[in-house]
Design a binder for this molecule. Sequence first.
Ligand SMILES: [Mg+2]
Length: 691
Amino acid sequence: MIRDGRDVTKDVGAGEMAIQDARWRAESARLRRMRARDLDARRPLGLVRKSDLRICMISEHASPLACIGGVDSGGQNIYVDQVARNLVRQGHRVDVYTRRDRSDLPAVVEVTPGLRVIHVSAGPEAFVAKEALLAHMPAFAKSCEHWLRTGPRYDVIHANFFMSGWVGLRLKQVFGLPLVTTFHALGLVRREHQGSADGFPAARVGIEKVLVERSDRVIAECPQDWSDLVRLYGADPARLAMVPCGFDASEFTPGSRQAARRRLGIPADEFMVLQVGRMVPRKGVETVVRAMACPPCEGMRLRIVGGEGEVADRQLTPEIGRLMDVAASCGVADRVVFEGRKPRSELRHWYAAADVFVTTPWYEPFGITPLEAMACARPVVGSAVGGVQFSVEDGVTGLLVPPKDPSALADALAALRADPTGARVMGEAGLARARERFTWDGVARGLAAAFDDARLAHAAQSGTSPSPAPALHVSGLDEPSSAAARPGRPAIFLDKDGTLVEDVPYNVDPALLRFTPGAIDGLRLWQAAGYRLVVVTNQPGLGHGLFDRDALARLHAGLSERLAREGVFLDGFYACPHVETAGCDCRKPRPGLLLEAARALGIDLDNSWMVGDILNDVEAGHRAGCRSVLLDVGNETEWVAGPLRVPDRRCPNLLAAAHATLEAGGTAPLAPASASANTAASAAVSSEALA
Ligand SMILES: [Mg+2]
């Protein structure tokens, strides 16, 4: 877009972005059509779309009740509150599960008919920073399980943020429910932009990867979020749904500039640039302050709303102090006004008073303030990152500039000052765009469609089997999978008896299952590092007629449920049914079970490990092309030697085996470049946090 003889959008490739946007629209339309066809083809008889879903919404740290009465609330509180209310208005029923952070909170609050908030006991009944909450998630999940066992049967679980997602995975596995995840922010994106981990346990990224893999639908909030999920987390585009954030149309509407300025005591003749938001460096407020010092911005005044106190205070909000120093050093201290924090009810007057709203973050998962400004019919100058480049249509509802570029920002602001009519037209176009695409009502409709897609896909996938566990595969009895899975994930193949559970000969009673020492912690480590977990077991009891396939299926379901309660999710369970003398290819030490699983699940055998308690397991692993661990627990008694029977590692238990394999070259298959260095640390924290 040309302004004052300069193409202010050239730097960010506006044309290229438009093409990307168009491609993305075409691709998502194609996927929607494909998904609908696919669902129709595979939908079991009698399964139809529902307009009255019963939704289990999990928001571990952000209660929607915090939005009532102006108590401090962040973006996720607003999102959960608005989405839940609008879903209920559209005929659905919603229970929001959130952590009890005060002892005087009732167990259940009925907000409106159809909308309940359920306070879940997990950890201290007091404020706990969300960075420290992961350790309380097992208790949170346990408490939810109690509610789900005694309460209504839900159609779908909607998890918000990765910790709720962890809880959601467990509930999905135990109750066989479809899971939809909205991340709100992604650990690897933050790491990419800020070069350092956030304050969350390093296990965050591992949990996010498992969620991307296992959720029935993942909500992308903007095209950038979509591409981050695919690029950094290996998300399958067919399971992504694009649903943006929204704004409250009753809260933000256009108002008179003059009236707002009189109310706020702002001179009628100043050219006012408004910045609203949290005071953290990544929001790029420094870029705006520095732009004020550029010649094109001479005479403009920047008003900054935000901070910890009602009055801007450098002690209370150190970032404000830092920005004050920047303003002073640039010689614009008199034109940069820190207004402090304002109640939400007053914000619309600030937007109305502004000539232009500015937001120049380094990166932004979504960003709700540009929508609010647009809803108040003000033009927005934003950085061409994340959700901002999606909400702001460059040259139509405002201008996009590169992040961290005060000079480009100054030119864009000057362009709007020089063309008040054009600026007004942009404000009106912004209002139209906000109302058309970003109302909470529309957001809730988009989510409801994604929930229903997830429900239908989940039902089609499980077919007539009510078991939520991954399919039991008995070699030779069950049809081999015809679908070739996407290759690339390594696995840990686990022998069952004597390795994963104590050896009880020919046992098919789930009640007799006892995990071996360190088993759960070891599995959690592998799972957090991105490995698939696949049981491969010789079950000659089937061939001898000591039990049948159904009995083995019950044992498998019981085992999967027990593991799910610990936050561990099996990817497959492969059994050889033949007797010892059958000469089949699937009975270990032959590699048939591993090879079948690898074909069906897309396993990268070169980077996989076989873990077992006898040398037949070791040999089967080597024959399949994997490395091997022998659990040295006294179960191997014959010690028949052979070149394929020398284990790569010998360990006393599964936890030690997990450490040994990760040290030997743990891979983080979904995002090798950025995550591998953190894999071991992430897994270790995961184990501690969730133990
Ligand atoms: Mg064994």
